[in-house]
Design a protein around this ligand. Structure first.
Ligand SMILES: NC(=O)C1=CN([C@@H]2O[C@H](COP(=O)(O)OP(=O)(O)OC[C@H]3O[C@@H](n4cnc5c(N)ncnc54)[C@H](O)[C@@H]3O)[C@@H](O)[C@H]2O)C=CC1
Ligand SMILES: O=C(O)C(=O)Cc1ccc(O)cc1
Length: 323
């Protein structure tokens, strides 16, 4: 299905917003792109990068006449943004977002969506540890999943248009319930990030000589954690504030399994350790062997993550907080 929007409004223009701008333009999916941010500096950067056609600090102006509006800010900013833009949304428009949590988004944005506007929350399962307008690239969504959680009463034709939009940018799309999304993402994405923040934080608290040795001798395992732990602090703060229940539920299960491993280490229970590691190795292999597409439980990774540059422990970009 070919898809075309006359005006796409992106509210927030960091990694994800700029990647959408580049991909949508490259694929000829939109006529005009309007960009709104909160800070002048970010807006200037977006303009210098040529990401859109209209640049404004006023989100209400950005959405005027737009038939597709996508919130691309940290989730914590959504409530105020939705309250501001709600009355200015065009009849017949689709309102979507890219936030990493979904039930909270439905709860805080939903009440501000006027009748005649289709609210279809979304989440591209694609990203990197980088942030800001310069971090985006048109290929980000290629071969990756995008989850949509259409709200009740939305015409199927509008969902189909948004599905086609993401497909044209290279994604496979799946629709599901927002609460289910949050539970799955808690274990596949949110808790892995929490673990990475924790392990790198633990190293940071070690005494100086040990710490420098950890960094000097860090094998790829720890280096992978540092990449994840370099992810945007504001964005991830908001994820844990807004997906609390699902994260705590999955963290409970995780802690039980960790205690089991701890006991096996303490008791020198080689059989238990080997059995667990054999099971996890099989999971990794089944994901890789099944190759692409929908092989893994719930969310496969259609392709491996595009390579991203090595990052040091300290972030290079100031983060997504436009405040
Ligand atoms: N970083 C990632 O890998 C992924 C992020 N997401 C989601 O995408 C959203 C955006 O994340 P990124 O692009 O990575 O963040 P980012 O930090 O690169 O960009 C966020 C942008 O939001 C804007 N912003 C912040 N507060 C605002 C406000 N009150 N009003 C208007 N604009 C505001 C700023 O322009 C900032 O550049 C988040 O909700 C996140 O959960 C989804 C998938 C992957
Ligand atoms: O950089 C990584 O490995 C990621 O996991 C990117 C990512 C971050 C947040 C999301 O909601 C989806 C994808």
């Amino acid at each position: 299905m070919s898809v075309h929007f006359k005006k796409l409004a992106l509210i927030g223009i960091g990694l994800i917003g700029s990647s959408i701008a580049l991909a949508a333009r490259r694929q000829g999916l939109v006529e005009v792109i309007s960009i709104a941010t909160r800070r002048q500096e970010t807006l200037d950067e977006a303009r210098d990068l040529g990401l859109g056609d209209i640049y404004t600090l006023d989100a209400t102006e950005a959405v005027r006449g737009a038939d597709l509006v996508i919130l691309c800010a940290p989730v914590g900013a959504y409530r105020a943004l939705a309250a501001a833009i709600g009355p200015h949304l065009e009849q017949g428009a689709i309102l979507s977002d890219v936030g990493s949590v979904k039930a909270h988004v439905v709860k805080v944005v939903g009440p501000h969506v006027p009748a005649g506007v289709s609210f279809i929350p979304g989440h591209p399962i694609a990203g990197t540890e980088h942030s800001g307008p310069a971090a985006g690239f048109a290929e980000l969504f290629a071969g990756r999943w995008c989850v949509l959680t259409p709200t009740s009463g939305v015409p199927q034709a509008d969902t189909d248009r948004l599905v086609a939009f993401w497909q044209e940018m290279g994604s496979s799309v799946e629709c599901m319930d927002a609460a289910h999304h949050d539970m799955v993402l808690a274990i596949t994405s949110h808790i892995p990030h929490l673990i990475a923040y924790n392990i790198v934080g633990t190293v940071a608290d070690l005494e100086a000589t040990t710490q420098s040795e950890v960094i000097k001798f860090s094998a790829s395992g720890f280096r992978d954690f540092t990449r994840i732990a370099a992810s945007d602090p504001v964005m991830w703060r908001d994820v844990f504030l807004t997906n609390k229940d699902a994260v705590l539920e999955m963290l409970g299960r995780f802690n039980e399994d960790l205690s089991m491993l701890q006991r096996a280490v303490r008791n020198g229970d080689g059989a238990a350790l080997e059995a667990m590691f054999t099971r996890t190795r099989a999971i990794r292999r089944s994901i890789i062997n099944a190759g692409q597409e929908t092989a893994a439980p719930d969310f496969g990774r259609p392709h491996e993550q595009p390579p991203t540059p090595e990052v040091p422990l300290v972030r290079e970009h100031g983060g997504g907080d436009d405040a």
